[in-house]
Design a protein around this ligand. Structure first.
Ligand code: FES
Length: 110
């Protein structure tokens, strides 16, 4: 377990996503006042879900071939993706949003 501070408490607005530069990268989403972290790379190919995807409620649609995933639990909701995204625990502290990145190497954030 390795908690990484991903952003400040107000850095990510409702309905937005942020790419976290772990290796491989993680996407942080803010939906309904909650934060969810998943793999950033679509399981179909190499699209960045935070940068090229479209977030609608708890679903993110890949910008390349339009597979959809649930950001809460990582499920693949539509083809051409069939494999789920890995999800990561998130906690909110006074200083911001933290993600348990596990063993993933990362560059230090803001
Ligand atoms: S890269 Fe995401 S659906 Fe193809």
């Amino acid at each position: 377990m390795a908690w990484l501070r991903a952003c400040g408490p107000d850095d990510l607005q409702e309905g937005e996503a942020l790419r976290i530069e772990t290796l491989p990268p993680i996407a942080l989403f803010r939906v309904g006042g909650e934060f969810f972290a998943t793999d950033d790379t679509c399981t179909h190919a190499l699209s960045s879900l935070s940068e090229d995807g479209y977030l609608s409620g708890e679903e993110v649609e890949c910008g390349f071939h339009f597979a959809k995933f649930c950001v809460r639990d990582g499920r693949a909701l539509s083809l051409p993706a069939s494999k789920p995204l890995t999800t990561f625990a998130v906690k909110i502290g006074d200083d911001g949003v933290h993600i348990d990145v596990g063993e993933r190497p990362y560059r230090q954030m803001r």
